[in-house]
Design a protein around this ligand. Structure first.
Ligand code: AMP
Length: 477
């Protein structure tokens, strides 16, 4: 019988994880001997640029095979079964003073020849929509192409959960217009990008039947399970749901109607790190297994929570990625970790330190009060207000009603309850400081719907990649 490509990937994972220590030693020796004559610099600036070599790109391709293999083991060879509707957003490239091209890591993948070659066969989004510089036009077109090819879609996703939710919310506001385009076989005048228009002209033809079906589904009062209804052949939803993306899990579960949410990989622009060997595992329990051939990994300090350091073939030497990980076990001889939080992302008004996960836990407790009232907390962030003494925490909340697209006013008494619940769920030091009046009472400000989308657009306009966007846990101004 012919061996499937992902079976080769699975075999390689066993081999790599069994000989993890030897492979790490060899990799480090190779990196150090190659760079023995180098004076190493440090990066301290705002914009983080990491070097990419042909070798790094090759590792990226291998990493992809390895993280896809366990997923394929469960869901079959997706490349053969149909298409992926993944929301992808490229950023314009820039040129460095020395004449090198700099791009976000996802953009450089979208430019790779192997990716371009598989795009028309394996994805619903044409390349023009991925490279469209206008976020809203790109979203509109990627949804349009995904809806037109809905019967072929076997996977719905994006790199991080936030971009996928942004797409679902965009669909909630634009499905009527999308359906009328599908009915007429013509793309809306709102799309002015010539690349998107010409890509649409190649595939669109009037399809009133399909438009009616989609309209019926979108017209229902509740959008529970909408992903499954619109893309009935999809067998899983693929996006990173761990770390700062945890807050989106409940909402994604609501829209995906029981489809498994798969966080397949753990990687950063600095290094490809780990893969999820158990893709069906609940997002809260996901562990990633380190791949010893991707980079040399060190874990500081000794304990059960570690900060990750990488030494890479591209020249990073003991570089702090800024992630905190918790050890959960081993696969063969390779360590497995859960993602805990970003290092140093803490809100603080005095000596106390509230980490990303402290905040997440407290918000989770407080938002449970909204659930019976039919409200969902879609986004949050925090701010340390020290403009008056004592300082206090401000939380910005964006709310949405489970059914319908409007948002009724919430009883202020409930919001006061939420503040108490939040404070009660924060750590010991916070409570002591509250008692001693070192911290003033916490405040929740409910923001207009769409505020967090606007925040995302703001960061994208400043050069962030929408594909890699992570909303800040704490804002500075
Ligand atoms: P970037 O700098 O855009 O490449 O993003 C890399 C960062 O995203 C990592 O350092 C992590 O903080 C976060 N990240 C990547 N993969 C995961 C994951 N599977 N779970 C949680 N956070 C992740």
């Amino acid at each position: 019988m012919e061996t499937k490509w992902y079976e080769e990937g699975l075999r390689m994972i066993e081999e790599l994880t069994t000989h993890a220590e030897r492979i790490q030693d060899e990799l480090l020796r190779e990196i150090l001997s190659r760079n023995a004559g180098t004076d190493s610099g440090t990066s301290g600036g705002q914009l983080k640029m990491t070097p990419v070599t042909a070798e790094v790109a090759q590792k990226g391709e291998l990493f992809r095979t390895l993280y896809e293999s366990p997923v394929m083991k469960h869901f079959g060879d997706i490349n053969q079964a149909g298409k992926r509707m993944e929301f992808m957003f490229a950023r314009p490239e820039i040129e460095t003073p020395s004449g090198l091209t700099a791009a976000s890591v996802t953009t450089s993948i979208y430019k790779e020849s192997w990716f371009r070659a598989m795009l028309p066969k394996c994805y619903t989004s044409p390349v023009e929509t991925i490279f469209c510089p206008e976020t809203e036009q790109s979203l509109y077109c990627q949804l349009l192409f995904g809806l037109i090819q809905r019967d072929e879609v076997v996977l719905v996703g994006s790199v991080f959960a936030s971009a996928l939710l942004r797409a679902v919310k965009f669909l909630e506001n634009h499905w009527r217009e999308l359906c009328s385009d599908i009915k007429a076989g013509q793309i809306s005048h709102r799309i002015t990008d010539s690349g998107c228009r010409s890509a649409a002209s190649l595939i669109m033809k009037p399809n009133p039947q399909q438009a009616d079906l989609i309209e019926n589904i979108c017209n229902s009062k509740s959008w529970e399970g909408i992903i499954r209804k619109l893309w009935p052949k999809a067998n899983h939803v693929r996006c990173i749901c761990t770390g700062v993306m945890r807050q989106y899990t409940a909402e994604l579960e609501f829209y995906s109607g029981g489809l498994p949410l798969v966080s397949a990989l753990y990687a950063s622009s600095e290094a490809h790190c780990g893969i999820n060997l158990n893709p069906l595992c609940k997002p809260a329990d996901v562990s990633y297994t380190f791949l010893p051939n991707m980079a040399y990994f060190e874990f500081l300090p000794p304990g059960y929570r570690y900060e990750l350091l990488v030494t890479t073939s591209a020249g990073l030497y003991r570089y702090k990625v800024g992630d905190v990980l918790m050890v959960t076990g081993f696969h063969n001889n390779a360590p497995q970790f859960q993602f805990v939080e970003r290092q140093n992302v803490a809100i603080s008004v005095d000596q106390e330190k509230t980490s990303e996960s402290d905040l997440f836990k407290a918000v989770t407790e407080a938002k449970a009060l909204l659930d019976p009232l039919g409200f969902v907390l879609t986004e949050y962030t925090s701010y340390a207000d020290t403009s008056s003494a004592p300082g206090h925490y401000v939380l910005f909340w964006e709310l949405k009603q489970k059914e319908g697209n409007n948002c009724k006013e919430l009883d202020p008494k409930i919001m006061v309850e939420c503040c108490y619940r939040l404070e009660g769920s924060l750590h010991y030091t916070y409570k002591i400081y509250m008692k001693k009046n070192i911290i003033a009472p916490l405040e929740i400000r409910v923001v207009k719907q769409g505020t967090f989308d606007a925040l995302m657009d703001h960061y994208v306009s400043k050069g962030a990649s929408l594909s890699q966007y992570k909303r800040p846990s704490c804002i500075k101004s």
